[in-house]
Ligand binder design. Structure first.
Ligand code: NAG
Ligand code: NAG
Ligand code: NAG
Ligand code: NAG
Length: 212
């Protein structure tokens, strides 16, 4: 008898479990945010005021850490602002796991290395301020395809090079784009013209050609 369970009962038993495991695989929570921020802390090689060393303690809630704002129904990290701290370090790929992040400010430190492609996963990102650091390498084209809320994108005074990605034009809400004082080359992509919300475009002190 047990071997001949009707098919509908077998399905009824299986479906809820398989749905559950699919959902579980994608769940992120505040501990995901904590892991991402600890990955960032681990990449800091010089912290002259020992601010992160003392304050970003694993025994306290990330939401109480300096530079961190939590908000929303899920109480997740929505802003990371560690500007003006004279930090030296690199940016870990785990930053792309801060899935509720809207504001990301690391302005005026000594972050070096490349711009993490994983930031492409931050669909809620509105405000990115990386100016006055020592970031190098190019701006990956594919980061711009899925940042529909980006309004402020500012990276002046770094050492970024390569072409300006034409995919910047996918960020339809962009209001401020500042890439001055880098080593960008090539022609300014004509697609930038379709950014109708753009209020300020700063591209000076690069090796760019062309007109807008
Ligand atoms: C970290 O700094 C914040 C203020 O920015 C403060 O409220 C909090 O108590 C500090 N936490 C620790 C463990 O020092
Ligand atoms: C980031 O923090 C600095 C002070 O630490 C503040 O002046 C600045 O307005 C903040 N930026 C944003 C976008 O919240
Ligand atoms: C950059 O940060 C340093 C402290 O690390 C501060 O003294 C300086 O005024 C800041 N510069 C700007 C332009 O905010
Ligand atoms: C976070 O990001 C890293 C690298 O991008 C990845 O290996 C890791 O599995 C991600 N997920 C969590 C939950 O930390």
């Amino acid at each position: 008898m047990e071997r001949n369970l009707p098919l509908c009962i077998v399905l009824a038993l299986l479906v809820p479990f398989s749905t559950l495991s699919l959902v579980n695989a994608e769940v992120t929570d505040i501990s995901t945010d904590k892991q991402a921020l600890l990955a960032l802390k681990a990449r800091i090689s010089h912290d002259p005021s020992n601010l992160l060393a003392n304050n970003w303690s694993t025994t306290t809630s990330v939401c109480s850490w300096t530079g961190i704002t939590c908000a929303g129904r899920h109480h997740r990290v929505t802003a990371l602002n560690i500007s003006n701290l004279a930090l030296t370090g690199t940016l870990p790929p785990q930053l792309g796991n801060l899935s509720f992040l809207a504001t990301l400010v690391i302005k005026n430190n000594s972050f070096y290395g490349s711009f993490p492609e994983e930031l492409a996963h931050l669909h809620r990102l509105k405000y990115l301020s990386f100016g006055f650091n020592r970031l190098s390498g190019g701006l990956p084209e594919n980061i711009f395809y899925n940042l529909p809320n980006l309004e402020f994108f500012s990276l002046p005074f770094n050492m970024l090079q390569g072409k300006l990605p034409s995919a910047l034009s996918k960020c339809k809400k962009l209001q401020i784009l500042s890439l001055s004082f880098n080593y960008f080359t090539g022609v300014i992509p004509k697609e930038i013209r379709i950014l109708t919300q753009l209020k300020r475009l700063l591209l000076n002190n690069n090796k760019l050609q062309g007109m807008i």
